[in-house]
Design a protein. Sequence first.
Length: 258
Amino acid sequence: MPVRHILILGGTTEARRLAEQLAGQSAGRPADRPLRVTSSLAGRVAAPRLPAGDVRIGGFGGPAGLAAWLREQHVDVLIDATHPFAGTISRNAAEAAAEVHVPLLALRRPSWVPVSGDHWYPVDSLAEAAAALPALGRRVFLTTGRQGLAAFSELTDLWFLARSVDAPEAPMPPQTEVLLDRGPFTLDGERAVLREHRIDVLVTKDSGGAATAPKLTAARELGLPVVIVRRPELPPGVPATPDVPGALAWLAALAPRT
């Protein structure tokens, strides 16, 4: 039986590109073999960029809720193309796919890799990042998203420029300026941000990809330290691919068995 319904856990550039590619394939399918592509977005961004195909917004209610949705909607394949730091939904996807016996693939862009001239300080959590900051700088460019500011709220002696797509909520550090912006970002733009705000340390998550990488180049040029939070590991046994062509090849390999 051919693959008829693919659920993409999305919200990333790669997820949108995959949905677009699959929607194009759907248009070329015979009428008796339609391909339905559904992208699920967490709903944490007020005005998300919507992908091609069907879209649902909001959570599933944990692994049991996701498993029930997979059954009810007759999903044949599940692709986890969420942000590298969306650890909870990735674990839920692995549990639900195993319960329903649906093939699961993780689509994850590669991690960033330091190059000559970088001054990186890898940590395992936002709390560790906050603990490292006082020894590294006084004016912090915080690019870890609006939901992570609470980890830095007790750093009353430091000044923060916090960039996010939507406005963050308290708690946050008392000396915080919020910069609302959405990538992709340019190198010239990141240089300007660092210079205009006199930034002396950058904090980021290892999200990978090109859209937000220019800040790393700008920091390197200025010799700034970068506190970088390592991404969580994928659930054990989940196959992964770094790009959309790899996901399409994986799907094509499934066809003879479905």
